[in-house]
Design a protein around this ligand. Sequence first.
Ligand SMILES: C[S@@+](CC[C@H](N)C(=O)[O-])C[C@H]1O[C@@H](n2cnc3c(N)ncnc32)[C@H](O)[C@@H]1O
Length: 248
Amino acid sequence: MSREQISDIAHADHPIKSPLNDESVGALLERALPRGDERVLDLGCGTAEWLLRALATRPHLHAEGVDVSQVALTRARQAASGLGVDERLVLHHQEAADFVSTQPFDLVISVGATHAFGGLLPALAAARKHLAPGGRVLIGESFWDRAPSPAAVEMFGDLDDLATTVDRVAADGWIPVHGHVSTRSELDAYEWACWGSLADWALDHPADPAGAQVLETATAQRSEWLHGYRDSFGFLCLVLRQTSDGAS
Ligand SMILES: C[S@@+](CC[C@H](N)C(=O)[O-])C[C@H]1O[C@@H](n2cnc3c(N)ncnc32)[C@H](O)[C@@H]1O
């Protein structure tokens, strides 16, 4: 079974592929979409869950999503069709960093996908190129809530703490107008949903040749989380604006 297929099963009960609950996602979208008729781009959209929620509640919104996972984009298309929003959603199967558009966007979302650009500031630089004047960015990034173990650094790389992360964003010319730090409950719910869904799937498909691989993945990932990064990992979402001339 491919990594994309395993990810698809892991997120069956948590379609937002980031540690946020539905209420937090809704509140961030409210702050990021003040009008309701915006053009929205999601770089690293996964199953386009952020866009689907925005489209389903805002009939005048138009959205585009970019991702390298065909499995995730197929899932997004099916969901968009089920919600009746497919005519307002365009999906692009390509590298997020290579995406170009002739028209700018009022909101650029990139949550849990800054690695696609080589980090937080390069992701913001990419978002900036797509922004219409007065546009907003909704970015989601990991940070160290406490000093990480060497194993955690190996898994997630060299992250900053919360204050340093926000300082770096501000120094790059962005003004945070809203933020959300994932709670311990959101972080735990996400991990349990992912590794629990994989374990459930393996137990529900005992004759499937991929069953053992899926159960092994669930066990290994749950262990990496509990032993490796649960105590140090944090996740932050920011809604960002620039001054009218783009300067800080
Ligand atoms: C943690 S998921 C987040 C998905 C979505 N933003 C969400 O919050 O539900 C990261 C996504 O980034 C995508 N991704 C990773 N590298 C990418 C790249 N180079 N270009 C586009 N998408 C990429 C993955 O396929 C995955 O769907």
